[in-house]
Structure formats: structure tokens, C-alpha cells
Design a protein. Structure first.
Length: 612
């Protein structure tokens, strides 16, 4: 009872799961966009009311993300549309399946600048209202919107490659702010509700609330005023938002943060690069000779020439000693040495072993009367006048001079074949005369197995070819009479293996394989050329080092049966044997399997494994 009850419950649970997926999933039917003065609205039209939604911002990419749980959409709705022709903050809108959950839908809005947004719910609609400039929403509007929809925090589940501070120390938080990429904010929360305040003063407020020192350039101090309404947000997020809105760049030195405009920072970086280039031009040059063991010097030069100092560095080769001579600064020389140590290693050598197994099997039977059943009938004949005739190899006469019988048995062996013929001839039996028939019993069975095992070794990315052939001859007769000539011709059957290995960095082997195998079959008749059998396989395959893989297999099975006779009479049970040819079914089987095993024979020398 318990087992049956459990089974029923599992079926019910599975049914409920499928029912919930099909019944309770919603559909996004339409996306509407409109601009109303200081705000832009994105209206999502759904077929149900109770749709779970969450919203978060990606300030680094200037995006607003709205996730809808258990919602699907048609291809028409999933098409993105460009809104950059409007003067608002939204420039592009796109809906697509959420990457980590295919049953959910994600709507992404690309912004011109980072601004705030609120979400309102209506009948089967979700309306996302976005500021066209920062400061349009007041504090009460934002607080009222908090309760209508879940506000999602930016986390590792929402955003890939999230930058997280090492700790809650001010130094680590400031270090995280200076990095490029998406960030997680962990600073203590602050609130700012200001109107027409200088950017420099806003940065000082955040600095005093958070405990770090700030240095502002004159250009930052001259930036126009800004209106902000931030409620209970991490101070590092508030700081990052102000920096992003005004295109400012921050540099950290301990707990000191120096803030300057992007234009000034770019100019300073250019000057530093020029100064570094000037110092490099004054740095003395040294010469170093690198002996090369395995790599080709010309190929190595093409790689290293990209790293030498322009207009100062020089690289040349000595073919006799297979060496490279480099003249450059000590730093560049050291960099080239590390590159040469990595590249100048043995080329992996791969041994490819293959096995081609071919199995042939045939079976044939021949049972029945080979020459039919012959007899004569004499209605007035006398039994006493019967004179037996001797037919075949033996005669058996009755004691009263009755009928004579002759039996012949001629067994013959050819390979595995066994054949037997039983004949019976009676000159007179009662009024039947010349009664004779030949019963043929034959069964042949043949089995054969051919194994080929070609092996070849080659270097990485170098094609190797192995060929093996055998010949067979047959007699050819031309002309007649005195012009009759006899000659012999040869035909060849070739086994060919072509393979190009490529060793991956993980130690696996990518093989480009071409195997061709031809062989001889039976001759149709003694002077005819033998039949040729062929197998060909060409493929690309990835194999673990030392593993064996089956590249391909061929299985052929044929069964043939043919007989003829007098219609209707040949189908009579038992008696039908007298009116048809012998029963002779033939069955043949052929199977070919190809195995391949690649093995790297110098893993340690080629740097694929540690020598220890």
C-alpha cells in the first residue's frame, strides 16, 4: 500500500509541475513607448495581472534592467527598437530571455545618462517611468514607487564580473571605485536631498559623511550646480553616480581621493606616455644571443619583432648556430627571454595506432531433387520378367530376382563445404519402369577474419601517410586459333592511412583522419580477376591522449533464396519437392570496425606535463 501510494503521489506532483508551467506562465503581448515632457514611459502589456517583476540599474553601462518572472513573448515583441530620435534619456529598448533562467524575460533600457526610474502597476500593465533629466522625481514619488515593485540589488546573479571591495575599509572601497567595470556597493548608507548645489560641494558632503579626504581640481570646482534626491543609498554608490553624471575620474592614494575631469586625466596620461617614451629613448641598449633548440628562427623572429622597441631595437638570426641576436633595452631583453622560454620547446610527436577488423561469414544450403523424378508405367508388364539394371556404384538384388536398386554417394569438400548426393535407380518396380531420381544434400559454411594494424608517427600539425599494397594476377586470353595469346595482368589492393594530429593545450589530440582499405574477394571463375572490396572513412575527431576510439563501423547482412517449379504443384507439402528445384538459401554477413589510438610520446619534453 505504501509503495502504491508513493507512486501515485509522484505522478500527481509531476502533473502539477507541468500544469503550473503551462497554466500560470504569462505572456508579454506588447511594448509601448511614449515621451511625456520630463519623463519617458515604457508600457509592458501582459495577459495576466499577477506578474512578479524586479528592477535594478547598471550604472557602469547606463542601463535599467527589468526582470519578469515566468513570462514569455513572441518573436515580434522580442525585437528591439531604437528611441534615440527622441530627446529623452532612453535610446534603445530590448526584451530577451533571461540568460540564467529561460522561463523568465528581461527588458533592458539603454540610457544616455544615469537617471532614476519608478514602476507603476495598472490593469495587466507594468509602466516604467524614467526621468529625462536627473532631479525630475521628488523624494515622495520614489518612496511610493518602492512598494509597487521589488527593487533588486545588483548582485553576482544579476551582473557578471561584479567588482566587490576586499573589505569594508575606506581604502578598499575607494580602490574598488577607481576600477572599470560593474561594482557592488557596500558603504554605509546616506541620504541626499539637495537642489542647485555645486558638484564640488556635493563631493565634499559625501567625503565628510564617509571619512575620506578629497582633492578637487579647479575644473571640478567650476562645474555647474546639480540637483540630487538620493534616499538611503551606499555612499560609494552616491559618489560613483556623481562622478558618472559629470564625467569625472578619481585617483586614489590611501584614503585620499583626487578628482579631476576626464579631459584633464586623458591629457595627463598622454603626457606620461610621452615622458616614458622619451626616457626609453635615452636608456642604453644591450645585446643578447639566444640559442634556439627546437623552434624555427624565422618563425620566431616574426613573433618577437612585435615586442622590440621601435626605431631602436633590432633582431637578427644566425643560421649556422640556429641563434637569435637581439639588441634592445634590458627590460625588453628580459621580456623576450620569457617568450623564447615558452615557445622554444619540443614539438609534440604523436604515435597513431589503428586496427581495422573485418569479419566475413557465409552460409548456404541446397536440399532437393537435382534432376527431378523420372519414371515410366507399363500397364501389361509381368513382374516375373523383371530384370534389374545396374546403375551407379553398387547393385542390390532381391532373393526372388526382384527389383534392382543402385545408390551413389559422392561427398566433396571445398574449404569448409560439405556436399552429399544420394541417387536411386530402379529398372522395374511392379508396373513402374525406369524409376530414378538424385537427391542432393549440400551445406557450406565459411568464416574469415582479417586484421590490419597500420601505425605511423608524426609531429604536431604535420600530415603523415602510410601505404601498404598487395597484388594479385589473373590470366587473360586474346585472339583465337594460331593468334591465341595468353598473358597475365596484375591488380593491386592498397591500405592507406593519412592523419594530421593537432595537440591541444590540455593534452588532447585533434585528428584529421583519412583511411582507405581495399582487399580481394573471391574469383567469379578461375581465370577471372578477383572481386575487390573497399572501405573508406574520412573524419575529424578529438581524442584523449592514449585513449582508443571507434571511428566507424560497417555491418552488411544479406539473405537470398531462389527456386522455380511448376505452379501450384511445387507448393504441395512433401510432394512439391518432385516439381521444383532444390531448396538453396544463402546467407552472408560482413562487418568492418576501425579503431584508432593516438599517443603523445614526448609529453614532458614538449612541456605538456611537469617533468617532476
Amino acid at each position: 500500500m505504501k509503495k502504491g501510494f508513493f507512486r501515485i503521489n509522484v505522478q500527481v506532483i509531476i502533473a502539477l509541475i507541468f500544469t503550473s508551467n503551462s497554466v500560470f506562465s504569462s505572456t508579454l503581448e506588447k511594448i509601448n513607448f511614449r515621451q511625456n515632457g520630463e519623463t519617458s514611459e515604457i508600457e509592458l502589456v501582459l495577459d495576466q495581472n499577477d506578474v512578479v517583476a524586479s528592477k535594478f540599474n547598471i550604472n557602469e553601462d547606463k542601463q535599467i534592467i527589468l526582470d519578469l518572472k515566468d513570462v514569455k513573448a513572441t518573436e515580434r515583441v522580442l525585437r528591439g527598437f531604437d528611441t534615440s530620435e527622441f530627446s529623452g534619456s532612453v535610446v534603445f529598448v530590448k526584451a530577451y530571455p533571461k540568460p540564467d533562467s529561460r522561463s523568465d524575460l528581461r527588458v533592458a533600457l539603454q540610457l544616455r545618462d544615469n537617471v532614476r526610474s519608478i514602476v507603476n502597476r495598472k490593469d495587466k500593465r507594468i509602466v516604467l517611468v524614467v526621468e529625462n533629466r536627473f532631479g525630475v522625481f521628488n523624494k515622495r514619488q520614489v518612496e511610493n514607487a518602492q512598494g509597487s515593485i521589488k527593487q533588486a540589488e545588483v548582485s553576482e546573479e544579476n551582473v557578471e564580473k561584479l567588482l566587490v571591495p576586499k573589505s569594508e575599509k575606506v581604502e578598499d572601497i575607494l580602490e574598488n571605485l577607481t576600477l572599470s567595470g560593474r561594482k557592488k556597493y557596500i558603504g554605509s548608507r546616506i541620504s541626499l536631498d539637495i537642489k542647485d548645489v555645486k558638484v564640488g560641494d556635493i563631493l565634499k558632503m559625501i567625503s565628510e559623511a564617509s571619512g575620506f579626504n578629497i582633492i578637487l581640481t579647479e575644473e571640478v570646482k567650476k562645474l555647474p550646480s546639480l540637483t540630487l534626491n538620493l534616499s538611503n543609498v551606499p555612499w560609494d554608490q552616491a559618489l560613483d553616480t556623481v562622478l558618472g553624471l559629470n564625467k569625472l575620474v578619481a585617483k586614489k592614494n590611501g584614503i585620499i581621493l583626487m578628482i579631476q575631469t576626464l579631459k584633464t586625466a586623458t591629457k595627463e596620461q598622454t603626457e606620461e606616455a610621452n615622458a616614458k617614451l622619451a626616457s626609453i629613448k635615452q636608456e642604453p641598449l644591450v645585446t643578447k644571443v639566444f640559442p634556439i633548440s627546437y623552434a624555427i628562427t624565422k618563425d620566431l623572429m616574426k613573433i618577437l619583432i612585435e615586442y622590440i622597441t621601435k626605431e631602436r631595437g633590432h633582431i637578427s638570426e644566425d643560421i649556422r648556430t640556429n641563434s637569435l641576436i637581439v639588441k634592445d633595452t634590458p627590460d625588453v631583453i628580459e621580456k623576450l627571454r620569457k617568450i623564447i622560454d615558452v615557445l622554444d620547446t619540443q614539438t609534440p610527436q604523436v604515435l597513431i595506432e589503428s586496427k581495422i577488423v573485418e569479419v566475413n561469414e557465409s552460409h548456404a544450403k541446397e536440399i532437393g531433387l537435382s534432376q527431378g523424378f523420372n519414371f515410366g508405367y507399363d500397364p501389361i508388364g509381368s513382374i516375373g520378367d523383371a530384370t534389374p539394371s545396374i546403375v551407379g556404384d553398387g547393385v542390390t538384388n532381391g532373393a526372388d530376382g526382384g527389383p534392382g536398386f543402385a545408390f551413389s554417394s559422392a561427398p566433396s569438400n571445398t574449404g569448409d563445404s560439405v556436399r552429399s548426393v544420394l541417387g536411386l535407380s530402379i529398372s522395374r518396380f511392379s508396373r513402374l519402369t525406369n524409376l530414378n531420381f538424385t537427391l542432393q544434400l549440400m551445406e557450406s559454411e565459411s568464416k574469415g577474419k582479417i586484421l590490419s594494424s597500420p601505425k605511423v608517427i608524426t609531429q604536431n600539425k604535420q600530415k603523415a601517410t602510410l601505404k601498404s599494397s598487395k597484388t594479385n594476377s589473373f590470366r587473360e586470353i586474346t585472339g583465337t586459333g594460331d593468334d591465341r595469346t595468353v598473358s597475365f595482368k596484375e591488380i593491386a589492393a592498397t591500405l592507406e592511412l593519412e592523419v594530421t594530429p593537432q595537440v591541444t593545450n590540455e593534452g588532447s589530440i585533434l585528428l584529421d583522419v583519412n583511411i582507405k582499405k581495399a582487399d580481394f574477394g573471391e574469383r567469379p571463375f578461375p581465370d577471372a580477376p578477383p572481386n575487390k572490396l573497399g572501405n573508406d572513412i574520412k573524419t575529424n575527431v578529438l581524442v584523449e591522449n592514449g585513449s582508443t576510439i571507434v571511428l566507424g563501423g560497417l555491418y552488411e547482412y544479406s539473405k537470398r533464396e531462389q527456386h522455380s517449379g511448376i505452379p501450384f504443384l511445387k507448393d504441395i507439402p512433401l510432394l512439391g519437392w518432385l516439381f521444383r528445384t532444390p531448396h538453396a538459401p544463402q546467407t552472408t554477413k560482413r562487418e568492418v570496425i576501425i579503431f584508432l589510438t593516438p599517443r603523445i610520446i614526448n609529453q614532458a619534453e614538449a612541456g605538456l606535463i611537469d617533468r617532476t
